[in-house]
Design a protein around this ligand. Structure first.
Ligand code: COA
Ligand code: AMP
Length: 631
């Protein structure tokens, strides 16, 4: 038995013993009464009775243990030509004072605050300050439009909004304030105050009595200590795309999250305290929560906060420059970032300009890692390239090559084996376990390990329905795939209507809701189609209402603009076509899966319940005319 096998087996056979040991990596005010409370399945609770504070573990304890002078955060912003280093001492000072500022505005344990920030260190300060006083933060990705922010304001009901005056997005400067104002205007719930960090790149107009200037507020605030929290108290809500326009508010607790993330930094990423770690993502996504902010800081590592793109800021050598300049040991990003670099600099000319002697490993996740990109990155970098698979819901990897335990042979196309804690199975639609090599639904036997979602915010019912009902006793990942004879997992893609565009998780259902609001549209369907750069991009099909005789191309442009305005440019919704009708079953269900298969050149079976089989030929001809499947 390999070392990895031994660790994995123990984690699933004796989870309480396993995670109790991992919990030693976290500082507790009081140890838990029960490692795993299974009294109310599927609502499992880890470390109940334990008392701790996530911010204390991410900041204070490192100062106490002599790491105060060490750099906690390296802020590297090619778009503002800034590099700044923040030590743990300074981070403690900033976070404790900002926590005092939040308290002065009445934010207290159990209250919620929405954070809408670009990739500046103040985003981490805001998150940690909330954690310090037991307030629940909900970070919303800065690429989402006002309408999406409004939906989240209404659901999270924040007392405060914490934001900045704007962001630099590639070569564009974006002003956040008009967007925030619009979102508050659209929402039914009204936050009490908005704390805004003014940036030099763009100034926001402040509304007296509502907007508070971050720097002024901090100037008159006093530092406050960490609040003692239950391990099971909520830490944050992170909204993620589901199959409808209403996103799911994934809720994470404090204790289980800190234990799992601390453990994962060594076990999965082989990172120790003092190492320089870089996760090139955004704080608005789960990768940003877990691996830009919480995990590296809880571990006592140095985390790089990068405000830039893989290409264009200023060139395709940006990643190599950062790795070289800061002595990065490992990088974590999405495959799409590497595809973007490969497209601009296929022969690695920029790479040759930099020395990166400390660089040990590249980790990729967020979407399928295509073998081409895997081989290109491996040949270029000459270090292991590790694909790993996870979801917003899980908060950390479900399957990975756990280099800190034992590096297993890499099989391109597979994120390797299930991580310790995940008792993974592949089942058919009736829930029967499938043998090796057979494709089906990937599920995880309950209980999920610590750090996974504990429920959906204010929606236990949806939590049970979305994840726990189809296969009782198992968590439904909504990813399809198989496990090979060596136990390697192969993730083939979502079985629902969630798509992944440039590493951004989006809902085609949300796009359909926007499009169907167009006065001329009778019905529509949005499908994910394969894209060589972004993994997937959406394609819309719309049927016009009877009697509408406006130019369909004008309507198409209006639809593109509507999705951009209401969901955000990140949706990359650019292609749409007018159709006379959509393929449906006799009961009226639109055959999205069949159309997706045709558009992507995959094998498909026409369901026997189809209303009119002829339409499949019509759709196929239309797609061919539009250049699908893409080469
Ligand atoms: N705020 C506002 N707008 C944003 C944004 C943000 N944070 N992020 C992206 N956008 C906008 C872009 O400016 C672009 O607008 P445009 O249509 O006006 O040009 C649009 O959304 C689409 O952006 P994107 O899909 O990111 O395309 P791109 O061409 O700008 O960049 C990549 C392509 C591959 C470089 C980029 O997508 C990337 O770095 N992806 C990695 C994503 C990632 O790290 N995901 C986290 C999971 S690990
Ligand atoms: P998100 O919640 O944004 O992290 O997106 C999660 C989804 O991204 C998963 O359900 C998968 O469909 C996809 N995904 C993430 N990582 C991988 C991976 N390594 N391989 C294949 N798909 C992945």
């Amino acid at each position: 038995m390999t070392n990895f096998d031994a660790v994995f087996t123990r984690s699933v056979e004796k989870p309480e013993e396993f995670w109790a040991e991992a919990a030693k990596g976290v500082d507790w005010y009081k140890e838990c009464d029960k490692v795993l409370d299974s009294s109310n399945p599927p609502f499992y609770r880890w470390f109940s009775g334990g008392k701790m504070n996530t911010c204390y573990n991410a900041v204070d304890r490192h100062v106490k243990n002599g790491r105060g002078e060490q750099t906690a955060i390296i802020y590297d912003s090619p778009v503002t030509d800034t590099v700044a280093k923040i030590s743990y001492n300074e981070l403690l000072q900033r976070v404790s004072v900002f926590a005092g500022a939040l308290q002065s505005q009445g934010l207290k344990k159990g209250d919620t605050a929405i954070i809408y920030m670009p990739m500046i260190p103040e985003a981490a300060v805001a998150m940690l300050a909330c954690a310090r006083i037991g307030a629940i933060h909900s970070v919303v990705f800065g690429g989402f439009a006002a309408n999406e922010l409004a939906v989240r304001i209404d659901h999270a009901q924040p007392k405060l909004i914490i934001t900045a005056s704007g962001a630099v997005e590639g070569k564009k400067i974006l002003s956040y304030k008009p967007l925030i104002d619009k979102a508050i205007e659209l929402s039914t719930h009204k936050p009490e105050k908005c704390i805004l960090f003014q940036r030099d790149i763009v100034k926001a107009e402040m509304k007296a009595g509502f907007d508070l200037d971050w720097k002024e507020l901090v100037g008159i605030s006093k530092p406050v200590d960490c609040v003692e929290l239950e391990a099971t108290d909520p830490l944050y809500i992170l909204y993620t795309s589901g199959t409808t326009g209403m996103p799911k508010g994934v809720l994470r607790d404090n204790g289980g999250h800190a234990v799992a993330l601390h453990w994962s930094m060594k076990a999965i990423y082989n990172i120790d305290a003092g190492d320089v770690w870089w996760s090139a993502s955004d704080v608005g996504w789960v990768v940003g929560h877990s691996y830009i902010v919480y995990a590296p800081l809880i571990k006592g590592a140095t985390t790089v906060f990068y405000e830039g793109k893989p290409v264009g800021t200023p060139d395709a050598g940006a990643f190599w420059r950062v790795i070289s300049q800061h002595g990065v040991k490992s990088l974590f990003t999405a495959p799409t970032a590497f595809r973007a670099i490969k497209k601009e600099d296929p022969s690695g000319t920029f790479f040759k300009k930099y020395q990166i002697p400390k660089f040990e490993c590249l980790y990729l996740a967020g979407e399928r890692l295509d073998p081409d990109t895997y081989h290109w990155a491996t040949n270029l970098l000459g270090v292991p390239v590790i694909d790993h698979w996870w979801q917003t819901e899980t908060g950390w990897a479900i399957a990975a090559n756990c280099r800190g335990i034992e590096q297993l042979p890499i099989k391109p196309g597979s994120p390797t084996r299930p991580c310790p804690g995940y008792n993974l199975k592949v089942v058919d639609n009736e829930g029967f376990e499938l043998p090796a090599e057979r494709e089906g639904n990937i599920v995880v036997k309950l209980p999920l390990p610590p750090g996974n979602l504990v429920t959906l915010w204010r929606n236990d019912e949806r939590f049970v329905k979305a994840y726990m009902s189809t296969f009782p006793g198992y968590y439904e990942t909504s990813d399809g795939g198989y496990v090979d004879k060596d136990g390697y997992v192969y993730v083939m893609g979502r079985v629902d209507d969630v798509i992944n565009v440039a590493g951004h998780r989006l809902s085609t259902g949300a796009m359909e809701e926007i499009i169907s609001n167009h006065p001329d549209v009778a019905e529509c369907a949005v499908l994910g189609t394969n894209d060589t750069l972004k993994g997937e991009v959406p394609l819309g099909l719309f049927v016009l209402k009877a009697g509408v005789n406006r130019d369909p191309d004008v309507i198409r442009k209006e639809l593109v603009q509507m999705v951009r305005d209401q969901l955000g440019a990140v949706a990359c919704f650019k292609e749409a076509s007018n159709v006379v009708r959509l393929p449906k079953t006799r009961s009226g269900k639109i055959l999205r899966g069949t159309m997706r298969a045709i558009a992507n050149g995959k094998e498909f079976r026409v369901p026997s319940t189809i209303d009119d089989p002829v339409i499949i030929d019509e759709i196929t001809t239309l797609f061919h005319g539009m250049g699908f499947p893409k080469k």
